[in-house]
Design a protein around this ligand. Sequence first.
Ligand code: NDP
Ligand code: 8X3
Length: 253
Amino acid sequence: MDRIALITGATSGFGAATARRFAADGWKLILTGRREERLQEMVDELGGPDRVLARPMDMRDRKAVEQGLGDLPEAFASVELLVNNAGLARGLEPAWEYDVDDWEVMIDTNIKGLLYATHTVLPGMVERNRGHIVNLGSTAASWPYVGGNTYGGTKAFVQQFTRNLRADLTGRPIRATLIEPGLCETEFSIVRFGGDAEKAKSLYAGKGPIRPEDIAETIWWVVNMPAHVNINRIEMMPVSQSWAPLSVTEVKK
Ligand code: NDP
Ligand code: 8X3
């Protein structure tokens, strides 16, 4: 039987690496993202339209997600794995300086987009009594930093939603896993800094960040654990990163 993975945000970073990892293991793929040419390149690279279905969509658009992921051709309909990966940060300012539009983009993508995809795909998993949902959270969910305010808040939602999903699914052979990476080099910081690739590059220089392939390998591992084992949560950082000491400073007069 074909194994089918649906990976959101597969046009770069973790999503693209995860698509490559699972394709190498013989899985069929459904891939989403807004950049259609990149999706088409993934289809061409990973075996053509019989093996890979491209579903371009904006995850913030509820109808587009419900139609694009709810109306799948027979050959791709029995989704076994949903990787809720599409997401982003926009900006890195203290809360009072942030553009509220940026806050809304993060909330609409990281929270609402993930909910739309989950709500569309999960009923089929429950009906088939088989499935696995892997959600991409972040260390930012648990460990605050200056400018992480709403991004961290969206990932705290993903953390708590994944735990509650586990509760809802208790006793069924449908698994839910949260992966919470720290510093990883993808297009993430280019997007966060509004396209400033130099600034993004300097953030990672000399830090030996986690690579997208490391995340793909982690997802592959949790999915390939024996079916009775649910890996609940994995937090991962490069060795260059750890928790800051508690902050103490002089009070501004
Ligand atoms: P990338 O920017 O490389 O990839 C993000 C992916 O999300 C792209 O495929 C992008 O596709 C997609 N995406 C973003 N917004 C939308 C949208 N509105 N609709 C559809 N797709 C969208 O970043 P990463 O691979 O690093 O990020 C993947 C996930 O991992 C995110 O949820 C991120 O928050 C999380 N993460 C990243 C970390 C890091 O340091 N890199 C660490 C911890 C977590 P397109 O632009 O084509 O729409
Ligand atoms: C991305 C990692 O530290 O930039 O989720 O928030 S961080």
